[in-house]
Design a protein around this ligand. Structure first.
Ligand code: SAM
Length: 215
């Protein structure tokens, strides 16, 4: 019998996520459900559940499943949150967030990627996810969010994003050099921002007013 996408997804969750220490059952559940093969270009479908990032066009990538799980787990979502993602890319991470939170706003600087993700998410029935075209570091991103996830590598934490974290809320962002970052988690406790540094990662650059310049 041929291996189904569902089988590949189960193996991905067991071998790449559970074995490496992802424990949040809601995150594991969401990643067992979302059809990752529908978020990659046709030529990449055979590799959709592989342990790696994949190209999605415009020089961008859909992140490795493990990194999606680590970042999502770090947000500690319980279901009622309003979440902001910077870096829609394929829309896969937004779909995972959509499974776990009340509302997701996701911003993408490449209009073509944003449009593809918007159509894809709508066709999969994700009504609580809004895709916006723009620079997610350009300034005011609206009322405070319970959780903010940046899925591109930044040289520092953009001030506008720090300001947009609600009290008790979290900001997860890869911080470091152009080619190598550390996953950084910031929790707001009143006026204080408590920062912790987690694992190493490699993301495409966050390009924008409060990030890397467009080269
Ligand atoms: N979350 C995506 C997914 O699930 O496919 C993967 C994101 S990809 C690693 C990073 C994305 O961030 C790219 O699509 C890139 O165009 C976008 N990006 C980079 N800088 C940005 C900015 N300032 N504002 C919005 N999007 C940005």
């Amino acid at each position: 019998m041929p291996i189904s996408f569902e089988d590949l997804r189960s193996s991905m969750v067991a071998d790449q996520l559970v074995q490496r220490g992802i424990r949040d059952p809601r995150v594991l559940d969401a990643m067992s459900r979302v059809p990752r093969h529908l978020f990659v270009p046709a030529e990449a479908v055979p590799l959709a559940y592989a342990d790696r990032a994949l190209p999605i066009g415009n020089g961008q990538t859909i992140s490795q499943p493990y990194m999606v799980a680590v970042m999502t787990q770090a947000l500690a979502l319980r279901g009622g949150e309003r979440v902001l993602e910077i870096g829609t890319g394929s829309g896969y991470q937004a779909a995972i967030l959509g499974e776990l939170a009340r509302e997701v706003i996701t911003i993408e600087r490449h209009p073509e990627l944003a449009e593809t993700a918007r159509v894809r998410l709508a066709s999969l029935g994700y009504q609580s996810i809004s895709v916006i075209v723009g620079d997610g570091t350009a300034g005011d991103v609206g009322v405070p969010y319970d959780a903010i996830l940046v899925t591109a590598g930044a040289p520092r934490v953009p001030e506008s994003l720090k300001a947009a974290v609600a009290d008790g809320g979290r900001l997860v962002i890869p911080i470091g050099s152009y080619g190598h970052q550390e996953l950084t988690v910031i929790v707001r406790q009143g006026d204080a921002l408590v920062e912790s540094v987690h694992e190493s990662c490699v993301f495409v650059p966050l390009v924008g007013r409060q990030a890397w310049p467009d080269s």
